[in-house]
Design a protein around this ligand. Structure first.
Ligand code: KG4
Ligand code: ZN
Length: 342
């Protein structure tokens, strides 16, 4: 079965062709990084406009790269939540148009289900598994029985991890996105120079939830309070100490989730899963097994959307496709758990 996947939830436009859920025949990503860099963050209005400019060309390029035409496409998959609504709507409208005009069924896909599947795309994972989804927009812990059966068991109550990377980088004038720069600086830094707070929240109320606003404030505004004797205040040390605190928090929450669920297989995905230090810390853990996507599939891409759609049981017929809408959130504010919707 050949699925064409469209992803436009944030600032990357991507179209992919995936066969039988795992064979990537094309995965074209058009990054908008350079348009947002000068604002040190994604500007929603610019993002939507750029998606609109390239999306149809990417569809044509992906089909050409896979050596097929729309005649060969069995289904179209599109991210319809969560994300920036203006951005999502570009992908959703394009997908609806192709579905209706070409008579091809349409599969709505939750972006987070796509990220989780990115770990299983090239090498199939066994289920059930725990998922730690860490990106610029989300930080969630999930329990997954199958690619489409995903239960959120913990979320951030404030900032997402990637967002904190980006905000810290913005403060220090390191550009956007912040993750890769901080990752690189940290390689030569001393992670013991600062002892930043590891906020784990109240165990009764927030056993599996995360909070990252405290560490962000500590790094940006109260650094001197956390500097250890002998530690010097340079960017490399700040980056390394920040990452050490983030990894400690993530590992502690994962271990709590393992204790709660008894599941010892952990898939880590989303943009932040590209982080070298985090990969190392997870690989050093011997009490559970961890799996990461190849770096090429960590950031937003259409392949993960087309891949996971292969396992989705619900779809819209071509005639119904025009009813599909886009939604910005995964779960309501103040609600930290729930089944992932498509
Ligand atoms: O999944 P993604 O491409 O988009 C969202 O769905 O948000 O993730 C983007 C995020 C950004 O915050 C970026 O700074 C972060 O992933 N990121 C990293 C690394 N590469 C990207 N964070 C830490 N280390 C990295 N190497
Ligand atoms: Zn993403």
């Amino acid at each position: 079965m050949i699925i064409l996947g469209i992803e436009s939830s944030c600032d990357d436009t991507s179209v992919a062709i995936v066969e039988d859920g795992h064979q990537i025949r094309a995965n074209i990503v058009s990054s908008q990084e350079k348009f947002h860099a000068k604002f040190s963050g994604v500007v929603p209005e610019i993002a939507s406009r750029r998606h609109l400019e390239v999306i149809h060309f990417l569809v044509e390029d992906a089909l050409a790269e896979a050596g097929i035409t729309f005649e060969d496409v069995d289904k179209i998959a599109v991210t319809n939540r969560p994300g920036l609504v203006g951005s999502l709507l570009v992908g959703v409208s394009a997908a609806k148009g192709y579905s209706y005009a070409k008579g091809i069924p349409l599969v709505p896909v939750n972006h987070l289900a796509g990220h989780l599947f990115s770990v299983s795309l090239e090498k199939k994972l066994e289920y059930p598994l725990l998922g730690l989804l860490i990106s610029g927009g989300h930080t969630v812990l999930v329990k997954s029985e199958s690619p489409e059966d995903i239960q959120i068991i913990g979320s951030t109550i404030d900032d997402a991890v990637g967002e904190v990377y980006d905000k810290i980088a913005k403060y220090f004038g390191l550009g956007y996105p912040g993750g890769p720069v901080i990752d690189k600086l940290a390689q030569v830094g001393d992670e013991k120079a600062f002892s930043f707070p590891r906020s784990l929240l109240d165990k009764k109320k927030h056993l599996l939830n995360f909070s990252f606003s405290g560490i962000k404030t500590a790094v940006i505004h109260q650094r001197e309070r956390f500097c250890q004797s002998g530690g010097s205040d340079n960017l490399e040390n700040i980056a390394a100490s920040f990452q050490a605190a983030v990894a400690d928090i993530l590992l502690e929450k994962v271990r709590r989730a393992i204790k709660e669920t008894g599941i010892k297989r952990v898939a880590v995905a989303g943009g932040v899963s590209a982080n070298g230090y985090l990969r190392e810390r997870f690989s050093q853990a011997h009490d559970f097994s961890s799996f990461f996507p190849p770096r090429s599939l960590c950031m937003d891409n259409g392949a993960m959307i087309a891949g996971v759609a292969y396992y989705m049981s619900s779809e819209l017929s071509a005639a119904e496709s025009i009813t599909l809408d886009a939604y910005s959130r995964v779960v309501e504010r103040s609600q930290f758990t729930g089944r992932l919707k498509n």
